[in-house]
Design a protein around this ligand. Sequence first.
Ligand SMILES: [Zn+2]
Length: 90
Amino acid sequence: MSCPRETDLGVYVLGSLDGAERSAVEAHLAECASCRARQRELAPLPGLLGRLTAEQVEALSAPPPAVLAEPPTVVAPPPAVGLEPPRAGP
Ligand SMILES: [Zn+2]
């Protein structure tokens, strides 16, 4: 069902193909129902991406800085209770 040319469609809907590649994809779309269906799914993507700000895109792609900066938490053992060392008498 899926077509090897589907991978071109993502780039196509984003408008990143040059003229010749774009024509090739369009020609293929004319004869491939599978890719036409896939194109309809992908078509809204550029609009959605265009609504994101650069900050939002960065936040989505980068892990939160706190995760990198903070060392793993080491849980200290609880202090021993009732096991004080014997006191030396006077
Ligand atoms: Zn196809």
